[in-house]
Design a protein around this ligand. Structure first.
Ligand SMILES: Nc1ncnc2c1ncn2[C@@H]1O[C@H](COP(=O)(O)OP(=O)(O)OP(=O)(O)O)[C@@H](O)[C@H]1O
Length: 278
């Protein structure tokens, strides 16, 4: 036993031989009919930076490579995945033994989201934190996830109570952190990196969305939200920059039209390689 051991594993950072028993696992088991091989969380410091876009496009890219892919929309109060895939109807079924059957997109991506089970997609979700976290656990445990190679989880934004519970409940194999240049990037990345490290979840890297706008006439890149600091931030925290996504009206239009799975995402190549290497 280390000299600096406090004999209380909740307060002691030393890794000694008697550590494991004291660790409590909050991981929720899957139902026996389901298999999910890899789970990758997509996180952001706040809403509106493009977390759902990155989640959707990672799923689209992995599905395009032949993997059976699913999306668990854990952003319960701001569920935007069904709309991006044009899944506005109530597409969730039930198995005879009471498991939810996820909706399936036109190209075969399975989706589970609060918006698919609400009577009206405009109904607000006015639930408190523990209820929200409980819904995410149900989406994980009580859905029939049949032989999924890759599941992407659109995490609730931020590093508060709800994202923390989701982090603890799902067996994440890695996370992707999405930022935009106008955020307090360093602080946000720092919080997300520390949260992931505390839970021993590997960080695949950072994706900077709305990084720049390409002038349609001369091709010059305009830093609409100011110069990016993503490289310094990534270096400070020892993580990789996986992608820089431009502001592109085509992106917004295809999300609005529910045709995100027909969008090409050449900018995510390194992120896709990182997911494949998990
Ligand atoms: N690079 C981009 N170019 C143009 N529009 C974009 C881009 N990224 C995202 N958008 C648009 O910005 C809006 C917010 O994006 P998105 O829903 O992915 O963000 P989010 O971080 O998931 O937000 P929330 O947590 O609130 O759901 C969407 O309408 C989306 O189409």
């Amino acid at each position: 036993m280390s000299e600096s051991c406090t004999h209380n594993c909740n307060t002691c950072g030393e890794s000694c031989g008697s550590r494991e028993e004291a660790q409590t696992s909050f991981l929720e088991p899957l139902n026996p009919s389901s298999i999910v091989k890899k789970v990758i969380g997509v996180v952001s410091g706040k809403g509106g930076v493009g977390k759902s876009l990155v989640t959707s496009m990672m799923a689209v890219s992995m599905s395009g490579k032949g993997y059976k892919t699913a999306i668990l929309d854990a952003d319960i109060t701001g569920p935007s995945i069904p709309k991006a895939f044009g899944l506005s109807d109530n597409g969730v079924g039930m198995t005879p033994n009471g498991l939810m059957i996820p909706a399936v997109s036109a190209t075969g991506i399975e989706v589970m989201s609060a918006n698919l089970i609400l009577d009206q997609e405009t109904d607000p979700v006015i639930w408190r934190g523990p209820v929200i976290a409980g819904a995410v656990k149900q989406f994980w445990q009580e859905t029939l996830w049949e032989n999924v190679d890759y599941m992407f989880v659109d995490m609730p934004p931020g590093t508060g109570d709800v994202p923390l519970t989701v982090f603890q409940s799902l067996p994440l194999d890695g996370i992707i952190i999405v930022t935009s240049p106008q955020e307090l990037v360093s602080m946000i990345v720092g919080k997300a990196v520390n949260m992931a490290k505390k839970m021993n979840i590997p960080i695949l890297g950072l994706v900077e969305n709305m990084s720049y706008l390409s002038c349609p006439d001369c091709g010059k890149q305009i830093a609409v939200f100011g110069e990016s600091h993503i490289d310094e931030v990534a270096e400070n925290y020892g993580v990789k920059v996986l992608a820089r996504i431009p502001i592109d009206p085509k992106i917004a239009a295809s999300v609005d039209a529910g045709t995100v799975e027909y969008l090409e995402a050449p900018w995510l190549k390194e992120a896709v390689d990182a997911a494949e290497a998990v």
